[in-house]
Write a protein that binds this ligand. Structure first.
Ligand SMILES: Cc1cc2nc3c(=O)[nH]c(=O)nc-3n(C[C@H](O)[C@H](O)[C@H](O)COP(=O)(O)OP(=O)(O)OC[C@H]3O[C@@H](n4cnc5c(N)ncnc54)[C@H](O)[C@@H]3O)c2cc1C
Length: 577
C-alpha cells in the first residue's frame, strides 16, 4: 500500500461547523489540515434547518441569563452550569461574528437578524416562549457552513476531502497523529501533529429511523474508547418529535416555532395536556414521549403509529418564505402541500447528548478528574462538555459547535508553545494495514449491510424513547452476537480504490462499541432523566443519579465511573413546562 506522510501543527477531523470554527482559530498560529470523509460542505451541519440560539432580543426582550436557565432546565439539570453559562453569553458575539463572516440571516422588517420560537426557549425564567432562534429560512446550517468554509479557505486551511480516518494515535497519554485512507486513490495518509481536534459529529445511524446523514456513524469516538478514553453520558440520545413518518427526515422544530401544532387521531391538540404552558414548544424529550403515549393509547392517526403536524392555519406566504425546505420535502417525499394537508410525523433518532468528555477549552478528559490527553481536543456533537445534559434544546447545537469549536482553537493558540510534535510509530501504521487486509480477505457468509440493519433494529427496539432492564439486557446480548458474526463478513470489493464497502466495514466495526456503551450506560442508570426514560424507573432520582456517566473500556469489559454535575446558580427542580 502506498503511504504518504504529512506534518501539520494542527489536524482537525471533520469539516462540520465545529471543525471549521476550530480550524479558523488555530490557523492563526500554525499550519492546519482538515480531514473529512465527505466533501467538506456535505457534512451533516449543512442539513441543520431551524436556527441558532442567541438572546439578541431583536424581536422582543431577551436575556442570556434566561437562555442559561432554559438550557439548564432543558438538560434536566444534568448539564454543567459553568459551561452552559459560557455558551449562552458567548452566543451573542458568536452570531454577530457569523453575520460579519457573511452568513445571510433572515431579517426583520427593520433589517435586524430575525428570530423565531423554538422548543424550551422562554422569557422570564420559563414564563412563556421567546423568539431566540436566529435563522436563514430553514437552511441555517447550510448558510453557516458555506460561510465558514469560505473563511477557512481564505485563511489558508488545507482540506483533505474524502479522506477517512481509520486511527487516531495516542501513545504515552499524548495524541501523536492520525492515519487515514483516501477514497479515490487508496493511499494511506499519515499525519503527525502537535494537536488533533476531533469534530466528527453525531452517530444517529446506529438507529433505523434517523434524521442523521449516512456519514453520522461515530467511528472516531470508538477509536478513542478502544485506547482507554472514556465516553460520557452515552445513554442520553435525543429523539426529535417530528421526523417524516417512516423516513425519519426532519421537519424542523421551526415549523412549530412558526405556529404549527401536533394533533392526534381524534383531532385534539394533545400537547396542552402534557405541557400546559409551552404546549407544542416543550422540550423534545417531553414532546416525543407525549406523542408515543398518544400512539400507545390508540390515538395515533387511524390508530397507527404516527400523529399529524398541522401547519394549515399558517399563511402560505409564511410557509414559503420561512419554511421553504420542509415544504419542498413534503412535496417530494409525501406528495403533499403542508399549507393544505397535515404532515404525518413520528419521533426520529436525532442527536447524541453524550460523547467524548471535554472541559470548556475542548481538552479531552483522560478520567473523571482534571487530567487530559495531551494535544487532544474535541468539539461539536461528538463532544460532551456537557452543555446539553440529558436533553438538548433546539438551536443549541449549532451554537455549541461554534462556541466550543472556537474555544478549542483558542486554547491551542494560547498554549501552542507548550505543545510538542507527535510521532506515529510504525507499529500503528502496520496495524491499520493489517486491519485493511483482514477485512478484505475475510471470506465468511455474512453481509455487512444485513449486520448493520440488524444492529439498527436492535437499537431502535430496545434503546430508543422507552427502555427497561429486560430490553437493555437483550440489546447487549444481541450486539455481542452481531459483533461475533462480523468476524464472518465478506466484502464484494477487494480493491483499495473507491472501496466504500471497506470503509463501511471500519464504521460498523466501531458502531458495535458505541451501541454497547449506549445500552450498558442506560442499563446502569436506574432512573428517568431527559431523553433517558426507564419504564421500570419512571422518576428522576437526584440523590443517586445527579452525576455524569463515564464509560471506560477495560479489556472486553466496560466499567463505569461517575463525575459530579457542576451546579452554580440553579438547584435542580421538578420540571414543569
Ligand atoms: C436534519 C438536522 C437538522 C438539524 N437542525 C438543527 C438546527 O436547526 N439547529 C441546531 O442547533 N442544531 C440542529 N441540528 C444538529 C446540528 O446540526 C448538529 O449537531 C451539528 O451540525 C453537528 O456539527 P459537527 O460539526 O459536530 O459535525 P458534522 O456537521 O456532523 O460534521 C462531521 C464531520 O466529521 C467528518 N467525519 C466523521 N467521521 C470521520 C472519519 N472517520 N474520518 C474523516 N472525517 C470524518 C465528516 O466527514 C464531517 O465532515 C440538526 C441536525 C440534523 C441532523
Amino acid at each position: 500500500m502506498e503511504e504518504k506522510r504529512h506534518y501539520f501543527d494542527v489536524v482537525v477531523i471533520g469539516s462540520g461547523l465545529a471543525g471549521l470554527r476550530a480550524s479558523i482559530e488555530a490557523v492563526k498560529v500554525g499550519s492546519v489540515a482538515v480531514l473529512t470523509k465527505l466533501y467538506p460542505t456535505r457534512s451533516h451541519s449543512t442539513a441543520a434547518q431551524g436556527g441558532i440560539g442567541a438572546a439578541l432580543g431583536n424581536e422582543e426582550p431577551d436575556d442570556p441569563a434566561w437562555h442559561t436557565f432554559d438550557t439548564v432546565k432543558g438538560s434536566d439539570y444534568l448539564g454543567d452550569q459553568d459551561a452552559i453559562e459560557l455558551m449562552c453569553y458567548e452566543a451573542i458575539p458568536t452570531v454577530i461574528e457569523l453575520e460579519h463572516m457573511g452568513v445571510p440571516f433572515s431579517r426583520t422588517p427593520e433589517g435586524k437578524i430575525a428570530q423565531r420560537r423554538f422548543g424550551g426557549h422562554t422569557k422570564h425564567f420559563g414564563a412563556e416562549p421567546v423568539r431566540r432562534a436566529c435563522y436563514s429560512a430553514d437552511r441555517t446550517g447550510h448558510a453557516v457552513l458555506f460561510a465558514l468554509f469560505e473563511q477557512a479557505n481564505r485563511l489558508g486551511v488545507r482540506f483533505f476531502e474524502e479522506c477517512q480516518v481509520l486511527d487516531i494515535v495516542i501513545e504515552d497519554n499524548k495524541v501523536q497523529g492520525i492515519i487515514a485512507l483516501e477514497l479515490k486513490s487508496g493511499i494511506l495518509h499519515i499525519f503527525e501533529a502537535k494537536a488533533v481536534v476531533v469534530a466528527v459529529g453525531g452517530f444517529g445511524r446506529l438507529f433505523k429511523v434517523t434524521s442523521n446523514a449516512l456519514a453520522s456513524t461515530g467511528e472516531c469516538l470508538s477509536m478513542l474508547f478502544e485506547q482507554g478514553v472514556p465516553l460520557e453520558d452515552m445513554e442520553f440520545f435525543q429523539f426529535h418529535p417530528t421526523g417524516i413518518y417512516g423516513l425519519g427526515i426532519l421537519i424542523t422544530e421551526g415549523a412549530r416555532g412558526e405556529g404549527g401544532i401536533l394533533i392526534n387521531g381524534l383531532g385534539e391538540r394533545f400537547m396542552e395536556k402534557y405541557a400546559p404552558t409551552l404546549k407544542d414548544l416543550a422540550p423534545r424529550d417531553v414532546v416525543a414521549r407525549a406523542m408515543l403515549q398518544e400512539i400507545r393509547e390508540g390515538r395515533g392517526i387511524n390508530g397507527k403509529d404516527y400523529v399529524y403536524l398541522d401547519l394549515r392555519h399558517i399563511p402560505r406566504e409564511i410557509i414559503e418564505k420561512r419554511l421553504p425546505e420542509i415544504s419542498s420535502f413534503c412535496k417530494i417525499y409525501l406528495g403533499i402541500d403542508p399549507a393544505e394537508a397535515p404532515i404525518p410525523v413520528a419521533p426520529t433518532a436525532h442527536y447524541a447528548m453524550g460523547g467524548i468528555p471535554t472541559d470548556i477549552h475542548g481538552r479531552v478528559r483522560a478520567d473523571i478528574g482534571e487530567t487530559f490527553i495531551e494535544g487532544l481536543y474535541s468539539a461539536g456533537e461528538c463532544a460532551c462538555v456537557s452543555v446539553h445534559g440529558a436533553n438538548r434544546l433546539g438551536c443549541n447545537s449549532l451554537l455549541d459547535t461554534l462556541v466550543f469549536g472556537r474555544q478549542a482553537g483558542k486554547h491551542i493558540v494560547q498554549n501552542f508553545k507548550d505543545l510538542t510534535k507527535g510521532s506515529v510509530p510504525r507499529a500503528r501504521i502496520e496495524r491499520v494495514k493489517d486491519m485493511i487486509k483482514d477485512f478484505i480477505n475475510r471470506k465468511g457468509k455474512e453481509r455487512l449491510s444485513n449486520l448493520r440493519e440488524e444492529l439498527q433494529e436492535v437499537m431502535t427496539t430496545y434503546c430508543s424513547v422507552f427502555r427497561d432492564e429486560e430490553g437493555l439486557k437483550r440489546a447487549i446480548e444481541s450486539i455481542r452476537d452481531l459483533r461475533e458474526r462480523f468476524k464472518y463478513i465478506s466484502l464484494r470489493d477487494s480493491s483499495l480504490i473507491f472501496n466504500q464497502e471497506l470503509l463501511n466495514a471500519f464504521e460498523l466495526y466501531h458502531m458495535f462499541n458505541l451501541a454497547e456503551v449506549i445500552a450498558q450506560s442506560a442499563l446502569m442508570r436506574t432512573e428517568s432523566r431527559g431523553a433517558h426514560y426507564r419504564v421500570d424507573f419512571p422518576s428522576r432520582d437526584d440523590e443517586a443519579w445527579l452525576k455524569h456517566t463515564f464509560a471506560f473500556k477495560r479489556g472486553e469489559e466496560i466499567v463505569f465511573k461517575y463525575r459530579p454535575v457542576m451546579i452554580t446558580k440553579f438547584t435542580p427542580q421538578e420540571r414543569k413546562f
